[in-house]
Design a protein around this ligand. Sequence first.
Ligand code: HEC
Length: 221
Amino acid sequence: MSTSSNQDPRLTQSAASDTSLLAAHEKAAGKQADEKGNYKLLPLALLFGFSGLIFWAGTYLNRFSGQFSGKIFDENSHPSTGAEVVAKIDPIVLGKKQYAAACIACHQADGKGLTGVNPPLAGSEWVNGSEERLVRIVLHGLKGPIKVLGVEYSAAAMPVFGKVAGSGYSWSDEKIAAVLTYVRQEWGNKSGPISTELVTAVRTKEGDRKEWSAEELLKIQ
Ligand code: HEC
């Protein structure tokens, strides 16, 4: 018969009591990684935060970037240099303004001129006739006798409106075309418009020259 006292207590079941087993398990369990305890909220919150920010930025740029074009908003740009924003001015409106500013003093508001001094534009064969002659009269001026509606004028001279170095008016081709277009349809005149291109062409062809005489003009068709 063997006595229990002779046996190694670790081999006896009674040696591992319930309490010691629980304690051992608890100890072991305590050393294991506690996933709940190590769980951190901050990185996840940042991930969501930045994802949201990137999404918002993408949407914003998609709507408001203007394809990153420099033309969308440029505080240094000059609107007049952009061809698409240059407003087309009605030649009649511009022409009326030019007439009131310069021609009206001599040719009068009713276009009838001043008897014996300034010939009429209303019904004038020069206004309603050859475009080439008409453009030359205003570009370079006119001097000497001229017959208008059967009456001869030679008392005064028609001033130069094209650019002449140091003197006279310096009207652009556009302004000259506009004023002539205006006088050709005012006071009962019913002639077609004068194009800026024609004024440019005549200016280029004739250059800076002295005023015309009616005789010279009549040789031009
Ligand atoms: C300083 C006065 C004066 C001003 C300003 C003036 N003209 Fe004249 N214009 C004359 C005179 C004078 C004649 C005739 C010249 C001559 O006798 O050779 C004339 C002749 C003309 C003629 C040819 C004759 C006719 O009656 O058809 C036309 C066209 C004309 N002018 C248009 C104009 C237009 C357009 C303007 C404005 C851009 C203008 N003139 C501004 C004095 C003026």
